[in-house]
Design a protein around this ligand. Structure first.
Ligand SMILES: Nc1nc2c(ncn2[C@@H]2O[C@H](COP(=O)(O)OP(=O)(O)OP(=O)(O)O)[C@@H](O)[C@H]2O)c(=O)[nH]1
Ligand SMILES: [Mg+2]
Length: 317
């Protein structure tokens, strides 16, 4: 997964501690007998600290994937979850700091050579460099939070893909857990699923991908929250077939009419083949307008739904 390789981003304090420790070690290695070796020791301290800091900062920036070459689905998810513009701004600040530290180190080493007391200049240099690092502490925190959120995104494989969508609490995760390798959380209340979950199953030696999504309410796109928008991205970018799940028993807590209204919206919005499946048939009257019925609790009808989905995906194989 493209966000997996981003390393932990250290805070300003952690970075400074690390660089000071290494700088102190660089000094201990040297015997200080005369002015020339004293200068060398101070130079070495400053350069060691500066190199560690700038290498660390620039390396962190490099490990973020390039947003210009990212698959559109991941780009959209990154934008929903952390904001691509904010991320670019924070990365630019960290890159700036890395470059600035190198520049300052060179400048202060130059000053040391002409100074009466190299140690005084080295300390001034440390002071300037530390304040640069401290000034980007907020950026470092932002990027580490972004990293932690992004690396939890699931890996989407290049396989025929079913996206399961519908109102909250209708049984989407129950279905995905039943038919695939995914192990999403299932609970008797809405908004249990807060991100995308990916599972796979095999039919006639072919591998299929099933995506569980957070429940959607019937409301305009601009009112949708970060969690719902992840479901929308999956529908938009990776669904080859959509399973729209309805709960005619209304034990999910939402009226059938609102569930149907959302279905109509999704039909208009996404030009992807869809089947409408009524779930919870163990506790509800047959619902005529659905293409199929099932119960993920008893397992009734589930195989037939899967057969139908696989059949619909054949044109993509
Ligand atoms: N009676 C009955 N209950 C079901 C059936 N399928 C799921 N449930 C129950 O419905 C509740 C919600 O199931 P989930 O699979 O978590 O629903 P979801 O659509 O993923 O919910 P969100 O993640 O909140 O959107 C759980 O208590 C399930 O046990 C069914 O076929 N019959
Ligand atoms: Mg769920």
């Amino acid at each position: 997964m493209i966000f997996e390789k981003i390393p932990t981003i250290l805070t300003a304090e952690e970075l400074l501690n690390k660089s000071y420790r290494r700088a102190a070690r660089a000094k201990h290695g040297k015997q200080i007998l005369d002015r020339a070796s004293k200068l060398k020791a101070e130079e070495s301290m400053l350069l060691t600290a500066a190199n560690i800091l700038s290498d660390n900062l620039i390396h962190s920036v490099k490990k973020f994937p390039s947003f210009d070459q990212m698959p559109p689905f991941y780009l959209e998810l990154a934008d929903i979850i952390v904001g691509v513009d904010e991320m670019k701004m924070n990365l630019a600040s960290v890159q700036w700091a890395g470059d600035k530290i190198n520049e300052l180190a060179r400048k202060y080493v130059g000053m040391m050579r002409n100074a009466e007391d190299a140690k005084v200049v080295r300390k001034q240099g440390f002071g300037r460099i530390s304040s640069i690092v401290n000034s980007i502490d907020g950026n470092l925190h932002f990027l580490n939070d972004a990293r932690n959120k992004l690396r939890n995104l699931p890996e989407i494989q290049d396989a025929p893909t079913i996206v399961v969508a519908g109102y909250p609490n209708v049984g989407k995760s129950s279905f995905v857990a039943l038919v695939s390798s995914a192990k999403p959380e299932i609970a008797p209340y809405p908004f249990t699923t807060k991100g995308l979950a990916v599972g796979h199953f095999t039919r006639n030696k072919l591998r299929y991908q099933v995506i569980d999504t957070p429940g959607l309410l019937d409301r305009p796109l601009e009112e949708r929250n970060e969690i719902e928008l992840q479901a929308i991205s999956a529908l938009k970018h990776i669904a080859k077939v959509i399973l729209y799940m309805i709960d005619p028993s209304e034990t999910c807590g939402y009226e059938l009419s609102t569930q149907i209204h959302l279905l109509d919206e999704i039909k208009i919005e996404f030009g992807v083949p869809m089947i409408v499946v009524a779930n919870k048939m163990d506790i509800s009257e047959p619902f005529e307008d659905a293409d199929m019925s099932m119960s993920t609790l008893t397992g009734d009808g589930v195989e037939k739904v899967l057969d139908k989905l696989v059949e619909m995906l054949q044109s993509y194989i």
